[in-house]
Design a protein around this ligand. Structure first.
Ligand SMILES: Cc1cc2nc3c(=O)[nH]c(=O)nc-3n(C[C@H](O)[C@H](O)[C@H](O)COP(=O)(O)O)c2cc1C
Length: 307
């Protein structure tokens, strides 16, 4: 693939702007490695906490339409110490794509320790998940409060020397207020967005379908909301943005970049399109750039703001 597609997020150099989103196939060396081999410009791990966590009972995922999912997995993960081994193994393979470790915690110290362990294991950047909509005392309970966002980002930033990416929730009245708090506290990049709080009810049994009742909506259904978030954040803060939410085609990726994203993450679409999606989206963006006479994908970032 020509270097028209290279892009940067903080200190991270990506051979193309496609990134595996957190929580989709990001729990083992093998799956992260496969995403890179299949063309991902970078990969994000499943969100990892200091201690192992079981997650919620099934049903934990419901298909909403062909391209949208509702999930309340409950952030199951093996804990930072165990997961550090997966990152070390992945780093040993010297693949040409940065590894972003997603972390979460129930206290400031848990965030920091998990980030420290995964950073030492070799993660190239840390993504702070302060945006999961269905686990209490973490996630969006932090990401909806600018003071807490500031505290978490500052403390992790003071401890870790790697770039800190802050993943925001769309479940707020004003996302620019939260983005500003993250940027002021030292965030090197912002991912927008995590899933949207949602639910589904079975009309035969009259019961909420998810065991947790409420979960997070992802996939094509959320795309226009995520595009709007990226657009508003780009107008407000001067840090690189990673667009995320419903990206299924190269046209979706271009739309996010025009709104202001320097790179994009892909999650739900992998379920319907497979890992080949990284290459097909890169190829589509490249053809678009060629047809429009752009020399670099960086030239289209934020172009929608000129109108
Ligand atoms: C099954 C599933 C698990 C997820 N797990 C995580 C997670 O562990 N951490 C996180 O930050 N986001 C998680 N997400 C959210 C995605 O990373 C992404 O922000 C969201 O799904 C929107 O992008 P998409 O429409 O491309 O999937 C998860 C999403 C799904 C569908």
């Amino acid at each position: 693939m020509p270097n028209r597609l290279t892009t940067e997020i903080a200190d991270l150099h990506l051979r193309n702007p496609t990134i595996l989103a957190a929580g989709i196939l990001g729990l083992t060396t093998a799956t992260l490695q496969e995403a890179i081999k299949q063309g991902a410009g970078a990969v994000t791990t499943k969100s990892i906490s200091l201690k192992p966590r079981q997650g919620y009972a099934n049903p934990a995922i419901v298909q909403i339409d062909n391209h949208s999912l509702l999930n309340a997995m409950g952030l199951p993960n093996p804990g930072a110490k165990h997961f550090a081994k997966e990152i070390k193994e992945l780093k040993r393979q010297r693949l040409h794509a940065p590894i972003i470790a997603s972390v979460f915690g129930f206290t400031l110290d848990e965030f920091t320790h998990a980030a420290e362990i995964l950073s030492k294991a070799g993660a190239d950047a840390i993504e702070l998940n302060i945006s999961c909509p269905h686990v209490k005392k973490t996630g969006s309970e932090i990401g909806q409060n600018p003071n807490l966002v500031s505290k978490v980002v500052k403390q992790v930033k003071n401890t870790i020397k790697k770039p800190i990416i802050v993943k925001l929730t769309p479940n707020v009245a004003d996302i620019t207020e939260i983005a500003t708090a993250a940027a002021k506290a030292g965030a090197n990049a912002i991912t927008a967005t995590n899933t949207i709080r949602a639910m589904a009810i079975d009309i035969e049994t009259h019961q909420p379908i998810l065991a947790n009742k409420i979960g997070g909506l992802s996939g094509q259904a959320v795309k226009p909301i995520a595009v709007r978030c990226v657009y508003e954040i780009y107008e407000t803060v001067n840090v690189p943005i990673i667009g995320c939410g419903g990206i299924t085609t190269w046209q979706d990726a271009v739309e996010f970049m025009l709104a202001g994203a320097s790179a994009i993450q892909i999650g739900t679409a992998i379920a319907s399109e497979g890992l080949g999606i990284f290459k097909s989206i890169s190829k589509g963006i490249d053809a678009y750039l060629r047809n429009k006479n752009f020399r670099s994908v960086k030239e289209i970032i934020g172009q929608a703001h000129r109108h």
